[in-house]
Design a protein around this ligand. Sequence first.
Ligand code: E4P
Length: 213
Amino acid sequence: MSIMLDSANPEDARRARELGFVEDVTTNPTLIAKTGRPPLELLSELVEIVPGHVFYQLTAPSVEARYDQAWEAHEIRPDKVILKIPATTENIAMAARLEQHGIECAITAIASPAQAYLAAQAEAAYAIPYVNRLTRTYGDGLAVVRQIAAILQGTETEILAASLKSVEEVVGAILAGAQHVTLPLELILALGEHEFSRRAIADFDASMHSAKP
Ligand code: E4P
C-alpha cells in the first residue's frame, strides 16, 4: 500500500521524498506542461530525485508512435519508469505487448470495471481510476473503485486511485479497495492534520507551561 505524489514539479518531488513515506511520483501531460520543461528531460530529473518509480504518460498520436515513445521513456531508466497508458482497447493491447517485454505499464484514466478487467488481462501492473472526475461526471467514483476491486481480486493488477481531491475521498478510495493512492503534495500533507489533534497538543502544551517546576 503506497502513497504517491501526483506532480511533475521537481521541488514537490524533493519535498515529498523528505517526508520519508512517499517513494513514487505520477505525472501526466497537464502536470508536465505546467513546468514548461521538455518531458523527457523532466523525466530524467525526476527518476534521480525519488527512490521509487516515476509514472510517465504516452501521448504520441498513433499506437505505433506510442509504442516507440514507450521504449524511449523506458530506456531513460528501465528500473524506475512505469508507463501510463490511457484506457482504450488498442492501448491496452499495446500494454500487453510491452508487458511481454517486461516493461511495467499502468492503464490510466480508467472509468469502468470493464477497462480494469482488460488491464488485468494485459497483465498491467496498475489500473488507475480517476475517482473525483468520475464522481463529477457520473455521480459515484468510489462505487467504480469498489467494482474494480472485486474484479481485480486474485490478479496481479493493483488499483492506484487518482484524481482524489479531499482527505475523505482518499480514505474512501482505500476503503473501496485501492491498494495505492496518488495525491498532490498539499493533500499528502493534509492527511496527517486534524483539528482534534491540534487541540489535544495545545492542551498538553498548556499543562506543561502551567506545571510547577
Ligand atoms: C493521475 O495519475 C492523474 O495525474 C491525476 O490524478 C488526474 O486527475 P485530476 O486532473 O482530476 O487530478
